[in-house]
Design a protein around this ligand. Structure first.
Ligand code: NAD
Ligand code: UDP
Length: 316
């Protein structure tokens, strides 16, 4: 067992946060989960509520937080374009004011802090695959900018706190991740397609479906996040976290239809503005520094995710 720590997970009731809380508890740590339920409900952590080492606090990280912890994972922020664009001002505040609050907490406590950054910092990239050295191609005033620029500013804040106050930071740039515990109305592509396919409804492909994404199964991602947090102090990132296998959105739709044995047809819808045309991580840093690489191929991960959504739909 690892040394037992008290760990704060912001956004802990969300998709990734709920998996992280569960994993940290399984290692014997104490977990304080903070969430304002902007894009989640208690259901993801419901079964953890009775765990003796788990505590759930309803709180918005744009407001100061006073807890005593050894480590912080800052995941609070809606990740789905539909959610983060529904209240763009709150999204920016969560990224900037929320991160500042969490960094202030880390400074007071001398706690190590992980920031859930994103492949969105690369915007609509002109390089493929994206390495961490690429500075990105982001529209600073577009519909996605509340999230993209919010996360870029958060990275800048993390580095500034590190340089100015010697805080121990870790910045992970997460690429599209999927799996159980995604909200069925989350709006992201994997959840949308599976829910549509299971109901034999049209699969909504935006644009002509030739845009690409690289999909990482949640277990691989959480494994990477925890290994990163445990890595040597002077390895602070930014580090790409994701699965480099790249697929077009149309290929994803066809895979989901086949795996669910659905009679759904594909319906082409307008492409949202600033939708990145391609996205694929170069993960050499994670391979080299952590000895990590994803193990779960897309088809296998989809097979593990489909029953989760099927169960939710059946319960309705
Ligand atoms: P999610 O929307 O399921 O979870 C985010 C959680 O943060 C939700 O529970 C939400 O209620 C909470 N939250 C939002 N604003 C908050 C605030 N101000 N105070 C407290 N809680 C707040 O999304 P996710 O996929 O679990 O993403 C988690 C983190 O990882 C996010 O920071 C996201 O930007 C980042 N990320 C995720 C992906 C992905 O593919 N899943 C990709 C890139 C980055
Ligand atoms: N997409 C789609 N149909 C949907 C939802 C998303 O074709 O019902 C596309 C979207 O336009 C984008 C890709 O799938 O090109 C991934 O979208 P998602 O919202 O999951 O995340 P993004 O990577 O854009 O942040």
């Amino acid at each position: 067992m690892l040394e037992r720590k008290r760990i704060l997970v912001t956004g802990g009731a969300g998709f990734l946060g709920s998996h992280l809380c569960r994993k940290l508890l399984s290692f014997g740590h104490e977990v304080i989960c903070v969430d304002n339920f902007f894009s989640s409900t208690r259901s993801n952590v419901y079964e953890l509520l009775s765990h003796p080492n788990f505590e759930l606090i309803r709180h918005d990280i744009t407001l100061p937080l006073h807890v005593e912890v050894d480590e912080i994972y800052n995941l609070a922020c809606p990740a789905s374009p539909i959610h983060y664009q529904s209240d763009p001002v709150q999204t920016i505040k969560t990224c900037v004011v929320g991160s500042t609050n969490m960094l202030g907490l880390a400074k007071r406590l001398k706690a190590k802090i992980f920031q859930a950054s994103t492949s969105e910092v690369y915007g609509d990239p002109e390089e493929n695959p994206q390495t961490e050295a690429y500075w990105g191609h982001v529209n600073p005033i577009g519909l996605r900018s509340c999230y993209d620029e919010g996360k870029r500013c958060a990275e800048s804040l993390f580095f500034s706190y590190q340089r100015q106050h010697n805080i121990q930071i870790k910045i992970g740039r997460i690429f599209n991740t999927y799996g159980p515990n995604m909200h069925p109305n989350d709006g992201r592509v994997v959840s949308n397609f599976i829910v549509q396919a299971l109901q034999n409804k049209p699969i909504t492909v935006y644009g002509d479906g030739s845009q690409t994404r690289s999909f990482c199964y949640v277990d691989d991602l959480i494994d990477c996040m925890i290994k990163f947090m445990q890595s040597r102090d002077d390895f602070i990132g930014p580090m790409n976290m994701g699965n480099p296998a790249e697929f077009t959105i149309l290929e994803l739709a066809q895979k989901v239809i086949a795996l669910t044995k659905s009679s759904s047809e594909i319906e082409f819808k307008p492409l949202p503005s600033d939708d990145p045309k391609q996205r694929r991580p170069n993960i050499e840093k994670a391979r080299h520094e952590l000895g990590w690489e994803p193990k779960v191929a897309l088809e296998e991960g989809l097979k593990q995710t489909i029953p989760y959504f099927a169960k939710l739909l059946a319960a309705k």
